[in-house]
Design a protein around this ligand. Sequence first.
Ligand code: PRX
Length: 653
Amino acid sequence: MSNVTVFDDLLQEVREFPPDPAFTAQATAADPAIYRRAADDYERFWEDHARELVWFQPWARVLDWKPPHAQWFVGGKINAAYNCLDKHLGTPRRNKAAFIWEGENGEIRTVTYLQLHRDVCRFANVLRSLGVTKGDRVAIYMPMMIEAAVAMLACARIGAIHSVVFGGFSPDSLADRINDSACKVLITADGGWRRGNVLALKNEADKALEQTPSVRHVVIVKRPHGEPFPLNVKEGRDHWYHRLIEQASADCPAEPMDAEDVLYILYTSGTTGKPKGIVHTTGGYLVNTYATSKYVFDLKDDDIYWCTADIGWVTGHSYVVYGPLQCGATVFIYEGAPNHPGQDRFWEMVARHRVSVFYTAPTAIRAFMKWGRQLPAKHDLSSLRLLGTVGEPINPEAWMWYHENIGRGRCPIVDTWWQTETGAIMITGLPGLSTMKPGYAGTPFPGIEATVLDEAGNEVKTGSGLLAIKKPWPAMLRTIWGDDERYVATYFSKWDKKTYFPGDGAKRDEKGNFMILGRVDDVLNVAGHRIGTMEVESALVDHEAVAEAAVVGRNHDLKGQAIVAFVTVKGRFSMSDDLRKELSRHVVKKIGAIARPEEIIFSSDLPKTRSGKIMRRLLRDIADGRALGDTTTLADPAVVEQLRETYEEKYGG
Ligand code: PRX
């Protein structure tokens, strides 16, 4: 557990923030009895929330738990798009904005619930006309635009399974994900704007499409009001979204889905070279994302809610689309970069759209800190009433900065811990009830039984250990697409088949607050993005010059962690700066820019145990410039010393 960040020394001086009575007075969760009620009977707690959704057929059993598998709301029939859209049409929300979108160039588009419903129905019919039927997989590779959500909801409406791939992933990564689940259709866009440049997604997708035999049709969304992009349209395979939708009927009844039918697959990094297709089903996922959105973000009808996550990550699924739309919220989405054209772009938009609930990642907050408090100070942020963070541990200093400079000391902050696998927020404060403690994510959400265990499975009451979840929850992953054995081995084999192992270290204080200490496996968290060290290593050894590679994370002020790669090259190649640059480009080509190594260190050998295992712990020590841990098990201790010297010469340790 040496790659964890601990803030203890800082926390000595940190204040606690009890709930503000004015907030509590209007909060959706205002009675602490919610915790007791959920703990007394967690099945009943979730069932009560399931009743707030629209079901075509009620469930026969709330939970069917055959560890390590669980099924929720067994026998129930439901549709995700129906609960996000149709449910609101008979209410005053029908003409309320569902999405307000701002392009990087400043264009603004708004769609109401009624309009969104119509677009989703038409696009669902388009998908049907392209041969998509219930259970088929559809890949979505899009910039942040309303049509990305339309595409997701259209799949959900007809029971197709969507697999959204983040637009920053490379064509190779896109192809791997499409092939793993044999997607029939790909939905993409001609391009999107990012920091003043066009990200030509369809052109990227074309490179992937050379290796994806399952894809029969490609739908291209033309980015509204955008510049025309040079692009290939392959006759018979590629179609323009706006042409197809023009001809499509807006009559498309929602398919009654079994509660346990798959809603989507979302790939995430693990400890092997191959990303895992996390499988989420329909009923439980909807109930769980609904309940958490309602209580954690305290969504009200007049809120303008902004979650800055891209649709390509789980946060974009649960808290840009499914959770807030079920609550009938107005969701703001932004296309581009936070520092374009100026570093105060976010605050300008908060003021312009009167954003009231704002949810972002600690990496972004640390960037705002670096850019300076004078930037948010220039803008009217008085509309904000609640702030959130997600994706990585937040250091108390960044928490305090966020509280003072964005929340102006008035807004509660919810630090929400969860994962692609958990589908919904698991550990968090509730804004009207919890005392906030900077650096701590708070306590388990009602109905969630989280704890801290040691390696042997003994409970750690207060102190550090491994985070564990003891009971199933409705939005939990059901399996890994095509690899149930890996599901069992990764998540339910650490202790016993009933206990979920998230792969994070955690520390609990005497009041039961959890501090999340970061990953304890070979997964890095770089700027809130999850990247497997093995994935980067595989990308490096894929290059002809590389003999061996070991990748570790180094603590980084802004990004939380940065990627450091130790590489040995084959004899006929020279360890040059040019090669270093080429290897960096190669990783970007194989995975995407988010995996670009910050440092590549050449070495004639890597430190290994006598049985040949690379000792990453020592590499982490070197990368972080720490005193070396135990080196007695090394086959050749000289390797480490030499490596450290090379590193210090080049980077000053
Ligand atoms: O290490 C934890 C960290 O992000 C990981 C999950 O990454 P991903 O599946 O990409 O989902 C991110 C968005 C939900 C976790 O294993 N993490 C997430 N939230 C927090 C966090 N670490 C500390 N505090 C958090 N609030």
